[in-house]
Write a protein that binds this ligand. Sequence first.
Ligand code: PPS
Length: 275
Amino acid sequence: MRSLAWIIRATKENDILLATNPKSGTTWLKALMFTLLNRKDCPITKDHPLVTTNPHDLVPFLEFDLYANNQVPDLASFASPRLFSIHLPFTSLPKSVHESACKLVYLCRDPKDVFVSFWHFANKLSPQNVEIISFEETFHKYCKGVSICGPFWDHILGYWNESLRNPEKILFLKYEDMKEQPRLHLRRLAEFMRCPFSAKEETEGVVDEILELCSFGNLRNLEVNKDGKVSTGAESSAFFRRGEVGDWKNYLTAEMGDQLDEIIEEKFSESGLSF
Ligand SMILES: Nc1ncnc2c1ncn2[C@@H]1O[C@H](COP(=O)(O)OS(=O)(=O)O)[C@@H](OP(=O)(O)O)[C@H]1O
């Protein structure tokens, strides 16, 4: 990842950033946040942008898409409020994010499911002539904190602690909670993004319409996500695997599960966070 001090220096007051550790449900939240924010201009019809465009091309990553090959991307062309995404750890965010009134939504997920999701994703993206990465070796590294955005505990705790200090600035969400009570958390998200549901929308069932549009089953079965590629060249289908809570049980041995649980307990016990 590039040096990031210069990224987001143009952060505006009403920008909204989605921050995640990879494989925590970014694609889902991108779809939900895009749909929430743009629902006046893009009502939920068969012509909705999500029907023809993968969520990653609607909400770009600052570090992987916009700044990857361009030191001065044209951020002004994005409609306000602008919606961007980042995988950066909290400690890598530049001053402008802290100093502006821009808002951050952080989504985390059970690290065991994140690991399994990441391993599948990395193998799916490997060129065919490259040996697929070993499950055991990758697991060993993950437990030691070796992963693309640093130790998962630092990534999560960085945003978690700040969300406790500054709840107006950071909304901290969990994938598992979103799965369990999607309506509740979608309403919280809409409030936080300064676009709460009106009484009329509530009566008309817009909450459920958005959840259905952005559901795993719906997005995965769209042509664009079955056969298409995102702008970075990755297959769209790679972002939709199972979308379940607890799939780690199908891949990690009981010992591996215990090992990760011990690390989770050790790293998070004093934080009030649990998985
Ligand atoms: N709509 C929806 N609802 C619920 N879950 C979903 C959805 N879309 C994608 N997914 C699942 O999210 C996992 C991919 O994580 P990310 O989107 O964070 O990947 S990435 O970091 O953007 O590459 C990956 O999880 P696993 O299935 O466990 O691998 C996806 O299947």
